[in-house]
Ligand binder design. Sequence first.
Ligand code: GLY
Length: 321
Amino acid sequence: MKRRDFIKTGTISLVASGSILTQCDSPIKKVKNNPIVLSTWDHGISANNSAMDILNNNGTALDAVESGVRVTEADPSSQSVGLGGRPDQDGHVTLDACIMDSDGNAGSVAFLRDIKHPISVARKVMKLTDHVMLVGAGAKRFALENGFQEENLLTDKSKEEWLQWKRDNSVKDSWGPNDEHDTISTLARDNEGNLSGACTTSGLAYKLHGRVGDSPIIGAGLYVDNEIGAVGATGKGEEVIKTCGSFLVVELMRQGYSAMDACEEAVNRILRKQSGKSDFQIGYIALRKDGQVGFSAIHDGFQYALYKKNENKLYDVKGIG
Ligand code: GLY
C-alpha cells in the first residue's frame, strides 16, 4: 500500500467510526440509583464517607464531592491539602482547587492564602460569577466578600518541617519530602446517574512563591464530562498540565478506551517524554459514567479509595513506570 493510500484508508475508517473525537461508537450507559465515590490516596476514605452520606440522602454529586474534599481540607494531619498543608519556600501555605459539575460548569481558585476551604471558594466562583478562575489576592478578596473567614493555615508541625528544610536546603535539594501524599481528587456519581468532581491541594512542598500546579486547572487536575466520565489527577502537576492529563483520559474514554486503559495511556504519555523513567509520581483515577473505574500511576505507592455498594475500600496501585 502506498503512503497516500494508507492515509486515505485511515481517513475513511476515522469517518466511518463516526467522528472519533466527538462521540463514542456506542454511547456509555447512564446508571441510576447506584451511587459511587472514588478518591485519591488514603485520605480518600474519610472524604468518601462524607460524600456517600450526601448521596445516600439523595444529594447531588456536586454536593457530595465538595463535602468529601472539605474533610481533607480541614484535617491538619493531611500535609498536602488545606489546613496544615506544607508551605512554599517562604513559609506561606498557598492553595489550589477546582470543581466541576454535570452540566460542564467549572470554578477554580489558585495561589489562595489563609482560607481553609478553597474548594468552597471555587464552587462560589462557579455559582456567583461568569468567570472560571480567580487567583491570589483577588481570590482571597472574593472569598472574604463571600463570608469565608481568614485563618492561619500553617500548623506548628508544618512550620517546624519547613524550618528544618530551610536549614538543610542545598543546591541538590528537591522541592520537598517525597512522601508521595498529595492532592485529593474526589469523583462521584449520584442517584440520578450524574457526575461531578473536586480537586484540592496545597501543592508541592516548598515550591517557589507563586507556583500553581495542575489541581486548579480544568482539564489538567480534573475534568468531568457527564456523557463520558470524570477524571482526577495527583502527583507532579507540571507534567499533568503539559499533557492536559484529565481531559486526555476523558477523551480517550470517549474514543472507546476502557477507564483503565485510558488512565494507563495518560501515564504512558508522560513516561514516553521521560524515556520511560521518572523520579516523580503521577496518578490518575477515572470514573466512567456507567460505573467502570480506572486508575494508573508511574510508581508503586499510589492508592485510591472506592466507595460502592455499601463498601468503602482502599486499594494499592502497581506502578507502570
Ligand atoms: N498535583 C498537585 C500539584 O502538583 O500541585
